[in-house]
Design a protein around this ligand. Sequence first.
Ligand code: VG1
Ligand code: CO
Length: 544
Amino acid sequence: MKIKTIKTKPFDDQNPGTSGLRKKVKVFQHKNYLENFVQSIFDSLENIAGETLVLGGDGRYFNREAIQIIIKMAVANGFARLIIGQGGLLSTPAASHIIRKYQAFGGLVLSASHNPGGPDEDFGIKYNVGNGGPAPEKYTQAFYQHSLALKSYKIAELDDIDLDTIGSQQLDAIAIDIIDPVADYAELMQSIFDFDLLRESIGSGYITLRFDAMHAITGPYAKKILEDILGAEAGSVINAIPLEDFGGGHPDPNLAHAKELAEEMFSASAPTFGAASDGDGDRNMIMGSQIFVTPSDSLAVMAANARLIPGYARGLCGVARSMPTSQAVDRVAAHYHLPCYETPTGWKFFGNLLDAGKITLCGEESFGTGSDHVREKDGLWAVLFWLNLIARKRQPVAAIIQDHWRQFGRDFYARHDYEAVDGDIANGIVEHLQALLPTLPGQAFGEFVVSYADEFSYTDPVDGSLSQNQGIRIGFDNGSRIIFRLSGTGTVGATLRIYLERHEANSNLHELDAQVALADLIELAEQFCEIKQRTGRTEPTVIT
Ligand code: VG1
Ligand code: CO
């Protein structure tokens, strides 16, 4: 087999964000753009010769072409074995599991997650390390540094590989295994949850369910696990066929984008349980009949009830949440005397804590929850966790949540996103807030007295690495918080995220609408960041 070295010039914008490198498909299709980034990753990694690489993506437009290129580059760079999901498909959590199970050196996951897909939309690529988790910052920084100085890449002269037939083939020194993308993952789920109980609860009609795969990667996973293995009625999984453009929608599981599901769950004929997942299968939205569970509450409920799930029956060693996630899980941790960590946004910060056995469960407000079973957030896992809880407690979702609020109080929570804001205006907002911060502590705004105002930085308790500028926080002495962050996953302009939370102990007030309960904080946040004056916008693009 002939290996070619192709001369190239560096691109100056291959700096990975919160979760890998994301750009418009058209950018990735530029001559050498994908090749450069992949070579920069391979050049940054040491001793890949003879190792195994896992490869798969969420099936979006350009997935297959990119996989063929990466196969040829992986061969040329000396990998000894490639494990690829059939059809080039692997959900993010399944890729994490497969890296761990087959002790691969790492994996490349092709996805831009919840960003839309199609020829004019987004593509993405992320590297996961040997523990199955997203590459930590020291890796992503090295990828970027290499990309800035890249002069050539290596590629093998090779016919395209048949991605659709399961089986192994040996090409000179490299073994290429096309595997069932679902089987290993389904087996892992069976080892964590009580599938007999679930089968019985679903079979008897106690649980009826609707899962919206949003035309993305979880379709085949959900069909196999929920319908084939657990016996949910055919059609329980909707939008189950992965499409290259996700049917034209945003595969983002929230009330705004998973509209079809949300409408059904608030209708008179709602099933007992509803859920949705995102483009690459790592996020989840949990709903019950007439109720939406915020991701922050979901994490707290999971932590409080973990012992009811076979895989966590021995209890938790600790929990973690990203900084903007509500403090609901902190209350559970305090009650059960569990260590509780606060990390920057992005799953890569949980990896060390999970590896070191400091935490069992972790989550983010952005519809991400997970545990030490893999090193990614895991959408279907969260769905099965909730189903198992409902079956075990014999309680509907609404009752589980209301009981939880009665015990711990309710953390009203909302995130307001202003998308596609002009980059200079967004930076102006951040600079304005930075200047405001030192003036705030001690000031009273109605019932809200500022107790601290700063920029979040994080020292990893395992390896001591420091991550700075991870979001602007304004905390009040009643525990409420306002947080401002710029998104690190968008591809058009800047997205300003405003996170709002307020704790309410009085259970007579728990049924309030979150936007109403948070109205004072919302107004205060807008006053602080001057979003309306500076952008001319009258309201957020998306509220979750
Ligand atoms: C967003 C979320 C963050 C999540 C990240 C990747 O990042 O806020 O919590 O980890 O997406 O998730 P940002 O920088 O846009 O706020 V996924 O499902 O896109 O891999
Ligand atoms: Co995702």
